[in-house]
Design a protein around this ligand. Structure first.
Ligand SMILES: [Zn+2]
Length: 424
């Protein structure tokens, strides 16, 4: 007996691409810096609401039963032959940053719908139900907490906390859910699915660098954000002798350099450190800075090493403060998430699906946060990454993955979902 051909399914690449391009029209704007069309669809704005209604229309056209929960998370369900079995969940988000492209999040949502369309056309039934989820405010840009909808669905954050969050204009998330009509009736706590698989653009250069089509994501690294404010003393640049200065700008620079030396030391494993925001006051040519504000973004796949890096930074800040009378520092924690390892069994199904589609793959850790890291608290979870052009630039109108790259990812998603939905 010869080996039977492994059962794979391939989606309609053109139809998938068309839905990505159609959704990108909603919230589209002309980006002056790049000269490109970008997407601005912040969570629960009018544009996001139009996008959500479009996605619901597509779900219903694909025969999915749609429900909306009290966080505005949307789920479309395709029934299985055993409706009592826990569903296999896929999905992502369609909210965006203010200067986005067409792919971040949208690929996972529209890809999930495309998988359902393909199963329908082929007349394929599955034992377990398949659900496609759309999570609210993944980006965290408008209400300040990222992965918000999935975090509430998974029980890490409460509905009350989420509803009370406000945007810059003082509007609450709860109010905006009601205003846009997405304050759904369904309870927000998600019953544990059988598994969760999310396909997403990589948003980095590793897949392209390795010349592979598919990334099997092993987990999401830990993230630590803090804001540091340094108080020094304003002084005249010409008349104040150097030994009498309390230069907040100099202290900020020392922190930046020290972080880099921590990274280069190798003592903290695969630590990444970024000071992406740094301002001095009063920000004038001939005044010694009185104050400086900077943010520190640390990433580490190892929680213990992350904790050691944070401690080392805190010790350096104290040292810096003590080194110069008149200098004082305050820190404010902005965000902190632990390393989330993904399920090895689901990773294996993804890797096998990629093999069966004849696609090259590597395993890699996600440098960015995703809804999958929240849903991982509920059920076996993993992610599929597809490469992006231009070093995987994202959160930018230049963000681009080719139609082939997108279809490869969703082919692997389709076969993975089919196999997971057939499991006991
Ligand atoms: Zn995303």
């Amino acid at each position: 007996m010869t080996n039977p051909a492994p059962h794979t399914i391939s989606v309609d690449a053109g139809r998938l691409w068309q839905s990505l391009m159609d959704l990108a029209e909603i919230g589209a704007y002309d980006d002056e810096r790049t000269g490109l069309r970008g997407v601005n669809r912040l969570a629960l704005t009018d544009a996001d609401a139009v996008g959500r209604r479009q996605v619901i229309t597509w779900m219903e056209q694909a025969g999915l039963a749609v429900r909306v929960d009290r966080m505005g998370n949307i789920y479309g369900r395709r029934e299985g032959t055993d409706p009592a079995a826990a569903p296999v969940l896929t999905g992502s988000h369609i909210d965006s940053v203010a200067t986005a492209g067409a792919f971040d999040g949208c690929l996972g949502v529209l890809g999930g719908i495309e998988v359902v369309r393909t199963l329908n056309e082929r007349g394929i039934t599955t034992r377990r139900p398949i659900e496609v989820g759309v999570f609210t405010e993944e980006e965290g840009v408008r209400f300040g907490t990222d992965m918000l909808g999935s975090a509430v669905a998974a029980g890490r954050l409460t509905l009350e906390y989420a509803h009370a969050l406000t945007d810059r204009d003082g509007r609450t998330l709860g109010g905006e859910l009601a205003r846009t009509g997405f304050d759904g009736p369904t309870g927000v706590r998600l019953a544990p699915p059988h598994a969760y698989v999310e396909c997403h653009i990589e948003q980095g250069p590793v897949l392209a660098e390795n010349d592979v089509e598919i990334g099997v994501v092993t987990g999401v690294q830990g993230i630590s954000w803090q804001e540091i404010t340094i108080h020094g003393r304003a002084a005249h640049a010409g008349t104040t002798p150097t030994h009498l200065r309390v230069d907040a700008g100099l202290a900020a620079a020392q922190i930046v350099v020290h972080l880099r030396s921590m990274v280069d030391s190798g003592s903290y494993g695969d630590l990444r450190a970024t000071v992406g925001h740094l301002v001095v006051h009063p920000d004038l040519t001939n005044i010694v800075p009185a104050r400086a504000e900077l943010t520190v973004d640390l990433r580490n796949p190892d929680d213990a090493r992350m904790a050691r890096a944070e401690k080392a930074l805190a010790a350096f800040l104290r040292e810096l403060e003590n080194s110069l009378p008149g200098l004082s520092l305050t820190t404010r924690r902005m965000a902190r998430t632990a390393h989330v390892p993904f399920d090895e069994g689901v990773q294996k199904v993804i890797a096998q699906a990629a093999d069966d589609h004849g696609l090259e793959h590597i395993s890699l850790l996600s440098g960015a946060g995703h809804d999958a890291q929240e849903i991982a608290a509920l059920c076996p979870t993993a992610m599929i990454f597809v490469p992006g052009e231009y070093d995987g630039i994202s959160h930018n109108p230049r963000e681009y993955s080719t139609p082939e790259a997108c279809a490869h990812g969703i082919d692997v998603l389709a076969t993975t979902l089919l196999r997971l939905a057939g499991q006991d």
